[in-house]
Design a binder for this molecule. Structure first.
Ligand SMILES: [Zn+2]
Length: 81
């Protein structure tokens, strides 16, 4: 949920009828491949504990974007803004 800190850059900070995907900086679809890549970083890149944490962050970001996309669909009828 820390990724929603980018809502602080918007005015108003929260708008229930606004689609986060494609509006907020960390919700840009161009970043989704990066979030996916975090899920598959090689074990050799760092300690096993750090790799697990980074992979979980990537998975959490993907789940977050998926849920935001569903929220967009429900609230605005569109998958993205
Ligand atoms: Zn979000």
């Amino acid at each position: 949920m820390a990724v929603d800190a980018d809502h602080l850059l918007a005015n108003p900070i929260y708008d229930p009828m606004r689609c986060s995907i494609g509006f907020h900086p960390l919700h840009e679809p161009l970043l989704f491949p990066l979030y996916l890549a975090l899920c598959f970083i090689p074990k050799q890149w760092s300690s096993e504990r750090a790799v697990v944490i980074i992979r979980c962050i990537g998975l959490g970001l993907l789940i977050h974007m998926g849920l935001d996309a569903i929220d967009c669909r429900i609230n605005t009828g569109a998958w993205t803004s």
